[in-house]
Write a protein that binds this ligand. Structure first.
Ligand SMILES: *Cc1c(COP(=O)(O)O)cnc(C)c1O
Length: 386
C-alpha cells in the first residue's frame, strides 16, 4: 500500500530534499557550509517577509518558542497570552515555567482571539511586557488575526511574539509589516523538512528588549541566548553545532517556495483549504472552525456515535492515509486533515475519498462521491481573494 501523510506535522518531504538528506555528513565550520547557511537565511527572510535576522536553532518548534520567551522574561514579568487552543496554551505554560505572570485571553475552542479582547487587556495591564499569539492554531484549525493584534501591540512597551509554526509558508504572515517582534517557526510543517530545526526572527525592538531584560539579572538560558545566534549569523555561522544536514536539505525545500513566490504559495494553500472545507458538506460532517479557518489544515467534527480512533486506524490500515486526531481535551471529538507544504490537492482528494469509504462503512450517511465532488467543484471555481 502507498502511505500518504496528511498530518499537521511532520509533513511529507520533497524528493530533491530527501536526496540531499541521503548525502554524506560534512563538516560545518567550512566556507561551503557558511555559504549555504547565508543563502538559507536570505531565503527564510523572504518566507518570513522580514529584513531582520532569522536565528536558526537546532531543536523542535517548541525550542524556538522557549528561545523567544526566555530572552525577554524574568520571574514576575507580565505576559499577555492570546489563547485559542492547545498551542496558545503552550505559551502560557512556558511563561509559567520561567516564573512569568500570565494574563490569559481565551475564547471557546474553534474561535479566534479578537483584537477587541487585546485592546481591553492592554488597557487593563499597561505593565505587560510581552504579548503572545498563534498564527495558525493547529489544535482547532483556527487562524488568528496577527495583523490586527500586532497593530495594537506596536505602540506599547510590550513585544509581540508569534507562534507561526504551522502557518508560515502556508498563509500570509508579514512579520515586519505586522509588527511581529519574534516570529517562530519549525522545520516539519510548511517548510517541508523533517523535525529538528526552529527559526526565530527578531526585530530591533525585540533585541532592545533582550538587552534590557539582561540588565535585570542573569540570562534565563545559555543555549537559547538569541544574541549568540544573531552575532554568529553575521559570519554566516551558528553558536553551536547546527543540524547542518537539515540546513543543507532546507535549501532545496526553500527553492520551491522561492520559485513559486510567497503570494502564490498562500493562494495555493487557500485554494486547497477551500476545497477541503467544501468536502465537509458532501461528507455530511461539521467543520470545527467555522469562522476563521486556517489554510494549513481542515478540522472535521466526529459525528455522534462514531469512534474517532477507529476512523483514524481504518484510514491508515485500509487506505494508507494518515490524518490526525484531536489532542488532549479534543481527543475523540475531531479529526484533522492537513494540506500544507508538500501535500497537494490530489492527496487531499484521496483523503476525502478514503474518509467517504470508511465513514460509509461505519454507518454514517454519505452519498458515494459527494465529498470528492464538492471538493473538486470548490477547487475548480476558486478565485484568489474571494
Ligand atoms: C506543530 C506545532 C508546534 C510544534 O512544536 P514542536 O516542538 O515542533 O512539536 C507548535 N505550535 C504550533 C502552532 C504547531 O502547529
Amino acid at each position: 500500500m502507498k502511505p500518504r501523510l496528511l498530518c499537521p506535522g511532520p509533513t511529507p518531504v520533497p524528493e530533491e530534499t530527501l536526496l540531499e538528506l541521503a548525502m554524506p555528513v560534512t563538516f560545518h565550520r567550512s566556507s561551503q557550509f557558511r555559504a549555504i547557511l547565508g543563502a538559507v537565511v536570505a531565503d527564510l527572510q523572504e518566507v518570513f517577509c522580514t529584513k531582520n535576522p532569522v536565528c536558526v536553532i537546532t531543536s523542535s518548534g517548541t525550542g524556538g518558542m522557549e528561545a523567544a520567551l526566555t530572552n525577554v522574561i524574568r520571574p514576575g514579568t507580565k505576559v499577555i497570552c492570546c489563547i485559542s487552543g492547545r498551542w496558545g496554551e503552550r505559551w502560557k505554560n512556558i511563561s509559567k515555567a520561567f516564573g512569568a505572570v500570565v494574563v490569559e485571553l481565551t475564547c471557546p475552542y474553534g474561535e479566534a482571539i479578537t483584537p477587541a479582547q487585546l485592546t481591553q487587556a492592554l488597557k487593563d495591564h499597561p505593565d505587560a511586557k510581552v504579548v503572545t499569539a498563534t498564527l495558525s492554531e493547529t489544535s482547532t484549525g483556527v487562524r488568528n488575526d496577527i495583523q490586527g493584534l500586532g497593530a495594537l501591540v506596536k505602540d506599547t512597551d510590550a513585544v509581540f511574539i508569534v507562534d507561526a509554526i504551522s502557518g508560515l509558508g502556508v498563509m500570509e504572515c508579514r512579520t515586519d509589516d505586522w509588527h511581529v517582534d519574534f516570529c517562530v517557526t519549525g522545520s516539519q510543517k510548511a517548510l517541508m523538512l523533517p523535525a529538528g530545526l526552529a527559526f526565530v526572527s527578531v526585530s530591533p525592538k525585540g533585541f532592545k528588549r533582550i538587552d534590557e531584560t539582561l540588565t535585570q539579572g542573569p540570562a534565563a538560558s545559555f543555549y537559547f541566548d538569541l544574541r549568540k545566534y544573531r552575532d554568529n549569523l553575521k559570519g554566516n555561522d551558528t553558536p553551536f553545532t547546527p543540524a547542518n544536514t537539515l540546513i543543507k536539505a532546507l535549501r532545496h525545500s526553500l527553492a520551491r517556495l522561492k520559485a513559486e513566490g510567497m503570494e502564490k504559495v498562500w493562494q495555493r494553500h487557500e485554494r486547497m483549504a477551500a476545497a477541503a472545507r467544501a468536502a465537509a458538506t458532501g461528507l455530511n460532517l461539521k467543520l470545527f472552525a467555522r469562522v476563521n479557518p486556517t489554510s494549513g489544515l481542515t478540522v472535521f467534527e466526529v459525528p455522534e456515535g462514531l469512534d474517532a480512533s477507529v476512523i483514524l486506524s481504518r484510514l491508515e490500515k485500509e487506505h494508507g492515509i494518515r490524518i490526525a486526531g484531536g489532542q488532549d481535551t479534543m481527543k475523540g471529538k475531531i479529526v484533522r486533515l492537513a494540506h500544507m507544504g508538500y501535500i497537494d490537492f490530489f492527496e487531499v482528494l484521496a483523503a476525502v475519498s478514503a474518509l467517504e469509504l470508511v465513514l460509509s462503512d461505519m454507518g454514517h450517511k454519505i452519498e458515494s462521491g459527494a465529498g470528492v465532488s464538492a471538493a473538486q467543484r470548490a477547487f475548480a471555481s476558486w478565485k484568489p481573494g474571494a
